[in-house]
Write a protein that binds this ligand. Structure first.
Ligand SMILES: NC(=O)c1ccc[n+]([C@@H]2O[C@H](COP(=O)([O-])OP(=O)(O)OC[C@H]3O[C@@H](n4cnc5c(N)ncnc54)[C@H](OP(=O)(O)O)[C@@H]3O)[C@@H](O)[C@H]2O)c1
Length: 247
């Protein structure tokens, strides 16, 4: 049977890599983000290359409410009722997020990275709770342990993780799978120009892992997997050492 996927954040980085990889499997896609023109070009490319249905529904998570999120999700499922895969990769950082400036960026960061995504996720659950389907969210290794850079970013990601994992528990008896990935550094616009202490993964590689695992009832997973032992080290590193790390 023909399958379909919604990808939020498809205009760039991991979301774009996912759209290409999902289309490659013959799955129809609905792609969302703010950059409509970018998405239309990508949709045309996917239609021609993979002979699939590729649609664009623009979305701004920064202005979303529960009502507009429901409208957006209804629109997606009306366009592609056979949709059983949802990937939400959208996310932002802010250069001022270092704890030293006024936190004017905080509402937008929380809205885009956590609240807007949670509204969409909740609305998707209403459509998918009785289907064998996946809702897959991207968190970050920044959520492992709070540190002096990307302070609000890591707070928004840990809040998102708890929203998703709480819903996973709520829908534990349903065939719906809610998955959360703590992604490590990836070679995308988000990390461009940054000095990074650990290896950087190609978004195509991360996309492959997400698609391969979509049928699994996984909770919180690290991608790439080497971040799991590293997360234990970072989490339990004594404070007097951790406070000296700059990353
Ligand atoms: N790159 C890394 O090193 C890294 C590490 C850990 C975790 N992550 C996480 O991985 C995910 C993917 O990141 P990436 O590296 O692929 O970043 P990216 O290349 O910057 O892509 C971010 C995506 O989010 C969308 N987006 C941003 N603001 C939005 C808004 N208000 N409404 C709707 N969509 C919005 C962007 O589209 P528009 O601008 O067109 O709206 C874009 O498609 C993010 O959640 C990020 O936090 C990344």
């Amino acid at each position: 049977m023909k399958q379909a996927a919604i990808i939020i954040g498809a205009s760039s980085g991991l979301g774009r890599a996912l759209a290409e990889a999902i289309a490659h499997t013959g799955t129809d896609v609905i792609m969302s983000a703010r950059a409509e023109q970018e998405l239309q070009i990508l949709a045309t490319h996917l239609r021609i290359r993979y002979q699939i249905q590729a649609e664009v529904i623009p979305l701004d998570l920064a202005t979303l409410t529960t009502a507009t999120a429901k409208n957006y999700v209804d629109q997606c499922f009306q366009k592609m009722p056979h949709c059983s895969q949802v990937y939400i990769t959208a996310g932002i950082i802010d250069e001022l997020d270092k704890g030293t400036e006024a936190v004017d960026y905080l509402p937008k960061l929380m809205q885009v990275n956590c609240m807007g995504i949670s509204y969409v996720m909740n609305a998707c659950c209403q459509w998918l709770q009785n289907r064998s389907a996946n809702i897959t969210l991207i968190s970050s290794i920044a959520a492992i342990r709070p540190r002096g850079s990307n302070i609000a970013y890591s707070a928004s990601k840990i809040a998102l993780e708890y929203m998703a994992l709480g819903l996973r528990h709520h829908f534990a008896q349903s065939p719906l799978r809610i998955q959360v990935y703590r992604a490590g550094y990836m070679e995308t616009a988000l990390s461009r120009g940054k000095k990074l202490l650990f290896p950087v993964a190609k978004p195509e590689r991360v996309a492959h892992v997400l698609i391969k695992n979509r049928h699994k009832d996984t909770g919180l997973v690290y991608v790439p997997v080497f971040w799991l032992p590293l997360s234990w080290v970072l989490q339990y590193l004594p404070w007097f050492i951790f406070k000296k790390l700059k990353f």
